[in-house]
Design a protein around this ligand. Structure first.
Ligand code: NAI
Length: 302
């Protein structure tokens, strides 16, 4: 088994002042990466800011003999995102690895979901992924190497009551990744997605206490480190990780039903009659990109 080693690699971890991000940063540094520890240092709902969260983790890394610099920018702004990559280039010359991890929560049932809570969560998770990734990606492209890990959530992949804002933003990240994996392929930039479950301040009132105590962030980070490694050649994969369980989630398409010869328009009644077949997920297929899906209806295009 080849050892995963980040000597000579430069990594950015957003939201690395606490929780999952802190552990990702520590473990990357232990294996030789030079790390930019980004954290705005605000509250769980995204309000406020402080330098202390990022500073503390930088001190922890240095105490272990690693190399790290802090960055206090807000991931949700273009200037913040640019400054995060600039911090990496100024301190260490390049960016090899980016972990988009920063996150906030503002849960409300949909009827009570005011615009401010919708926008704030979308700004950090989805716009933040755009703002931080773009400058880092441009540097990776110039270097012909990059590993990006996005952080989604089971709330988006499967649904979770009271989290329409968060779920929508987290699924936006999946769409971003589906395209970026294609655009980055020829530059050896791999973009994968983590769907974690771990005990942090985001989950302290969500997970029941006995489960919370067991769900250590340490269980999640090994999957992230592999996805950040040279050895990882997959791109666009979604990995669920928590408590030592790792699995893949994916957008799959059922075999479907052909109700036309490509000329005759089917009636809604024909759709109704065939609904079970249309919605069946037996023998599903995975499409690596949209064009592959068109291949399925090739015979109807002739
Ligand atoms: P956490 O609250 O412990 O850590 C998030 C960090 O992001 C905090 O230190 C916070 O200051 C920082 N942050 C927030 N907004 C920021 C901004 N605008 N700019 C820079 N930094 C900012 O939470 P946790 O659980 O470690 O979350 C990490 C990621 O994992 C998030 O994206 C979260 O949505 C995701 N996630 C976590 C799950 C869990 O079970 N803990 C489940 C699914 C997803």
């Amino acid at each position: 088994m080849s050892k995963i080693d980040f000597t000579g690699r430069v990594a950015i971890v957003t939201g690395a002042g606490a929780g999952l991000g802190r552990n990702h940063a520590l473990e990357l540094a232990k294996r030789g990466a030079k790390v930019v520890v980004n954290d705005l240092g605000g509250a769980r709902d995204g309000t406020g800011s402080s330098d202390s969260a990022a500073n503390k983790v930088v001190e922890e890394i240095k105490a272990l003999g690693g190399e790290a610099v802090p960055n206090y920018d807000n991931v949700a702004t273009v200037e913040g995102g640019e400054n995060i990559t600039k911090t990496a280039i100024d301190a260490f010359g390049k960016v090899d690895i980016l972990i988009n991890n920063a996150g906030i929560l503002r849960d409300k049932s949909f009827a009570k979901m005011e615009e401010a809570n919708w926008d704030a969560v979308g700004a950090v998770h989805l716009k933040g992924a755009y703002c931080v990734t773009r400058p880092a990606y441009i540097n990776m492209r110039e270097n012909g190497y990059g590993r990006i890990v996005m952080t989604t959530s089971g709330a988006g992949l499967f649904g979770n009551f009271g989290q329409t804002n968060y779920a929508a933003a987290k699924m936006g990240i999946v769409g971003l990744t589906n395209v970026l994996k294609l655009e980055g392929a020829k530059y050896n930039i791999k973009v994968n997605i983590l769907a974690p479950v771990a005990a942090t301040r985001l989950t302290e009132d969500v997970l029941p206490p006995p489960i919370f105590e067991k769900m250590k962030v340490e269980f999640v980070t090994p999957a992230v480190l592999y996805m950040c490694s040279e050895q990882c050649n997959d791109s666009g994969v979604i990995i669920n990780a928590g408590l030592g369980y790792y699995s893949r989630s994916a957008m799959l398409t059922g075999p479907g039903a052909i109700l036309s010869d490509g000329k005759k328009i089917p009636t809604p009644e024909e759709v109704m009659e065939n609904w079970d077949k249309i919605t069946s997920l037996e023998g599903p297929k995975y499409f690596d990109q949209l064009n592959e899906m068109f291949g399925e209806i090739g015979s109807l295009l002739q």
